[in-house]
Design a protein around this ligand. Structure first.
Ligand code: NAP
Length: 292
């Protein structure tokens, strides 16, 4: 069997086009969706992520408001920026780029983002609502929602499926597991203390791998025909590349291609979906604020 490749880049472009059309409709009513980005410190990767997000906003017709703060900014400095954005009606979403420097408490800052502007979906009350039956969060975290979109738009049936999520982080594994439960999958969450991970994976119709270990999930761990969503991003040495390095996922992609029914590549799978979902959340927030 050769798996169908789930093209995250193409699916993300579809989502971005939908957001652009939605933003145009909103602007015609006099409301421009706005996203505030708060970046503390000099981490090059964080700078790159924020500039990618701002570029994507511009392309989708979302205005971005950027506040860079120095590495030694105090917790109050960051809180003051978040509070100012919270009060600004032109801003529909607030994104505080993580990680924050050690003098700034992440939970305090994320809890200061009003629920109505929590487009990252990391507010504890939004995560709490995700975990509760009969409740819906205002916003769902972007990468986990991107995983669900990839499953839906690739025609993968979630309801009734045996889903295994490898990884239980606050930002990926746990919210993905909660979303899959909400969609009536039977979910097993695995982590570093899981016994017989290979055996657990072999029973899965859907595997979401979010571990951060290069090619950790092997081809012979997969049920034939399973759908594999690979969230991992890991740099490995590759002397055949000019840079000497290359990006791989948490799944042994070449081996998995032979067994799986559908699979996301790395790069070009989950990665592009994260920003697309951020744009979608910002538009949703602006629509709500406009009463649309
Ligand atoms: P994380 O916070 O480091 O969590 C990793 C999880 O994997 C933990 O729950 C850990 O278990 C589990 N784990 C580690 N080693 C394991 C092992 N040997 N067997 C089973 N489970 C194991 O990572 P994260 O932030 O969730 O990110 C995971 C990966 O996704 C990373 O490669 C990251 O770069 C990538 N990512 C990609 C995107 C995107 O947009 N594409 C977004 C976010 C993250 P314990 O809980 O027991 O420690």
């Amino acid at each position: 069997m050769t798996a169908q490749i789930i093209d995250g880049k193409a699916i993300a472009e579809d989502v971005r086009a939908e957001v652009k059309a939605g933003a145009e409709r909103l602007r015609a009513q006099g409301v421009t969706p706005g996203l505030a980005t708060v970046l503390v410190g000099d981490d090059p990767a964080s700078h790159k992520y924020v500039s990618m997000k701002r570029k994507a906003c511009a392309e989708a017709g979302i205005e971005s408001f950027h506040t860079p703060l120095p590495q030694d900014a105090s917790q109050d400095d960051v809180l003051n920026v978040v509070w100012a954005h919270a009060a600004d009606p032109a801003i529909h979403g607030i994104l505080v780029q993580l990680p924050l420097p050690k003098q700034v408490d992440e939970e305090t800052i994320l809890s200061a983002v009003p629920l109505s502007k929590d487009v990252d979906g990391f507010h504890p009350l939004n995560i709490g609502a995700l975990a509760m039956k009969g409740r819906d969060p205002d916003f769902v975290p972007c990468t986990p929602q991107g995983v669900i979109e990839l499953l839906d738009r690739s025609g993968t049936k979630i309801e009734g499926a045996n889903a295994v999520v490898v990884g239980r982080s606050n930002i990926v594994g746990m919210p993905v597991a909660l979303l899959l439960v909400k969609r009536n999958a039977t979910v097993t969450v695995c982590h570093s203390r899981t016994q017989d991970l290979a055996g657990v994976c072999r029973g899965a119709d859907i595997i979401v791998a979010a571990i951060g270990r290069a090619r950790f999930v092997k081809g012979d761990w997969l049920k034939p025909g399973a759908t594999i969503i690979d969230v991992g991003t890991n740099m490995i040495d590759d002397p055949t590349r000019k840079s000497g390095r290359r990006l791989v996922g948490d799944v042994d992609y070449e081996a998995a291609l032979e067994v799986a029914g559908k699979i996301t590549p790395v790069p070009g799978g989950v990665g592009p979906m994260t920003i697309a979902m951020l744009l979608q959340n910002t538009l949703r927030s602006a629509n709500r604020a406009a009463g649309a």
